[in-house]
Design a protein. Structure first.
Length: 45
């Protein structure tokens, strides 16, 4: 098990982990979907 101190010990690795998470979570986001959500939002937007 890693402690919070272990997790925060390497800021570059932590930034890389967050970048990977962001990339994975936003891979299906497009500007057309964003525009659609403004014009015609659906449940979950």
């Amino acid at each position: 098990m890693k402690t919070r101190g272990d997790w925060l010990a390497d800021p570059k690795e932590l930034a890389a982990q967050f970048a990977e998470i962001d990339h994975d979570r936003m891979k299906n986001n497009t500007w057309l979907d964003w525009l659609r959500s403004l014009i015609h939002p659906v449940k979950g937007d």
